[in-house]
Design a protein around this ligand. Structure first.
Ligand code: PEP
Length: 248
């Protein structure tokens, strides 16, 4: 089964609404590929970004949400609010959330469940640290994947996107080599196959994230188990990001 590549830009805590509009206006004129182009923008930029992206192939999403439908959780944001603002997807379990905000696999699994209930595509991020890679990454990834998907029914499996993002490669300039990324993502797919069956796992997109740049994109995308990328730093400039999107 051929999975259409998905390329997601993660803007983290960068860009105001006006800057988001300016970026999208420029990017629209630069895309020549037919990949799925998704942008995970700050909450305050969602509405303006959705308006600017209307009529183009650019899809707007968010970077986090709460696992509750709604409630007395000061400062938090609900999936139904993201949906109301026009977000179509949400990043969940990004390593910066796990590291700085101490998010656990359990909390992330609850968010994945809520996103599906709220009709937003969850992009579940998993990845090992440098020391975990050295001591054997398989167990860590297996736990993050199985826990993250634990409330997902088999028929909903392909509504979730998995993003493998080795922590040692995020924002460090150290991209995993295509061989390492492929070997690890093949392993991730085998975990999904154990849980959901081989057929379902073969149609589930698995993205790679970690210091992706225009120069590293083509080689990564030649690998069988890499169905797209999640891009942080290199997604902040429309010209650089368009070079990633327009990979050949
Ligand atoms: C990310 O934040 O998801 C990411 C992959 O960042 P970078 O591309 O900057 O490593």
């Amino acid at each position: 089964m051929v999975i259409q590549p998905t390329i997601i830009g993660n803007w983290k805590m960068y860009k105001t609404a006006a800057q988001a509009v300016e970026f999208i206006r420029a990017l629209k004129t630069m895309i020549v590929n037919n990949s799925q182009v998704w942008l995970a923008v700050p909450f305050t930029a969602i509405h303006a970004a959705v308006k600017e992206a209307a009529g183009s192939d650019i899809v707007i999403g968010a970077q986090n949400m709460n696992s509750a439908k709604e409630g007395a959780f000061t400062g938090e944001i609900a999936g139904i609010m993201l949906k109301d603002a026009g977000a179509k997807f949400v990043l969940l379990g990004h390593s910066e959330r796990r590291q700085h905000f101490h998010e656990t696999n359990e909390q992330i699994a609850a968010k994945v469940k809520r996103a599906l209930l709220d009709g937003i595509t969850p992009v579940l991020c998993v990845g090992e640290t440098e020391s975990q890679r050295e001591s054997g990454y398989e167990e860590v990834l297996k736990e993050q994947i199985l826990e993250g998907f634990k409330h997902v029914e088999k028929e909903d499996a392909d509504k979730v996107i998995l993003a493998y993002e080795p922590v040692w490669a995020i924002g460090t300039g150290k991209t995993a080599t295509p061989d390492i990324a492929e070997e690890t993502q093949k392993y991730c797919r085998s975990v999904l196959a154990e849980h959901f069956g081989k057929r379902a796992s073969n149609s589930m997109p698995i993205l790679y994230g970690g210091s992706v740049k225009p120069e590293t994109m083509s080689a990564l995308m030649k690998e069988k188990d890499i169905n797209g990328v999640l891009v942080g730093g290199a997604s902040l400039d429309p010209k650089t990001f368009s070079q990633i999107v327009n990979f050949t």
